[in-house]
Design a protein around this ligand. Structure first.
Ligand code: D54
Ligand code: ZN
Length: 276
């Protein structure tokens, strides 16, 4: 498993494009018949991808965790990005349709990803954070998610935020997770931006046409930086960083947060006239 150490605001001020990408962009999470993971030292979140064409992929612990099994002291949130998914948790089978979510609490010994479709691969994105207690396995579909409509066509940021793992949805120790869908013709997410010093955040951009790109903005609000992001790439956003993007097309993204306060609305807005 790749480890990404945390870096501070001062270092980021001096980073060139490639340095920023090496620290904050994750390019290769989705590999056929493999589980790929990156461990970030921001709140010790692990972000990962699993792509199955029917083959069973077991989520195994790794040397870096020094645990007997992956979820010994962690919890896990999974969203099926595309295809028809099957996740088996300690022998119990859960089918997932596109953009459905499965939460697996601490203590579950076996998690196996596989696909149900004959032609299409099942593509899963997941995040995992340290957990102090056990919460039950829970599945949620799009119709049960709390959805929040935001933005306007005039500002090219019409979008719906769907919340799965949060205090009024699936319960967890610290993980929060959901996904945001931009309407056709809308390209901006999270602008004006916000900060939440109490939580880091990871974005996984998806449903973006292959030739399109997203300018993802990060950094302190008075020292913004950008990274060019392609489909199925993830961003690790430190707690002191803005996280916002503008694409050459509409797209979706899965967001996940780790830290302490779980109130979704606990955000400090940054007005546009403060950005530099
Ligand atoms: O803290 C919350 C996260 O940044 C995202 O949920 C924001 C988002 O999905 C959006 O504005 O589109
Ligand atoms: Zn945020």
């Amino acid at each position: 498993m790749e480890i990404r150490h945390s870096v501070g605001k001062r270092e980021v001020k001096n980073m060139k494009s490639q340095d920023l990408r090496d620290h904050f962009l994750v390019e290769d999470l989705m590999k056929d018949n493999k589980i790929q993971m990156v461990y970030s030292h921001y709140d010790r979140i692990i972000i990962g991808g699993a792509v199955s064409d029917g083959k069973e992929l077991e989520l195994e612990t790794s040397d870096e965790l020094k645990s007997d099994y992956f979820l010994e002291r962690r919890e896990l949130g999974i969203i099926l990005i595309s295809g028809e998914g099957l996740v088996t948790v300690d022998g119990e089978k859960y089918t997932l349709e596109e953009k459905e979510c499965l939460y697996v609490g601490r203590g579950k010994k076996s998690v196996v990803f596989s696909g149900r479709g004959k032609n299409e691969k099942a593509k899963f994105y997941f995040t995992s954070t340290p957990a102090h207690t056990e919460y039950p396995v829970a599945k949620m579909g799009l119709s049960e998610a709390e959805s929040q409509y935001m933005g306007s066509a005039e500002r090219s940021n019409e979008r719906t935020i769907n919340k799965y793992i949060h205090p009024d949805g699936i319960k967890s120790c610290q993980l929060m997770m959901g996904f945001t869908v931009l309407k056709k013709g809308s390209i901006w997410n999270t602008m004006p931006p916000h900060l939440h010093e109490r939580r880091m955040e990871a974005y996984f951009y998806c449903d973006l046409p292959e030739d399109d790109r997203i300018w993802h903005f990060m950094g302190e609000f008075e020292e913004t930086r950008h990274m060019l992001v392609a489909n199925n790439q993830a961003i690790i956003s430190p707690p002191w960083s803005i996280h916002s993007g503008a694409g050459t097309s509409n797209y979706c993204f899965v967001w996940a947060m780790a830290g302490e306060n779980q109130s979704f609305s606990d955000m400090d807005a940054v007005p546009l006239d403060k950005l530099k």
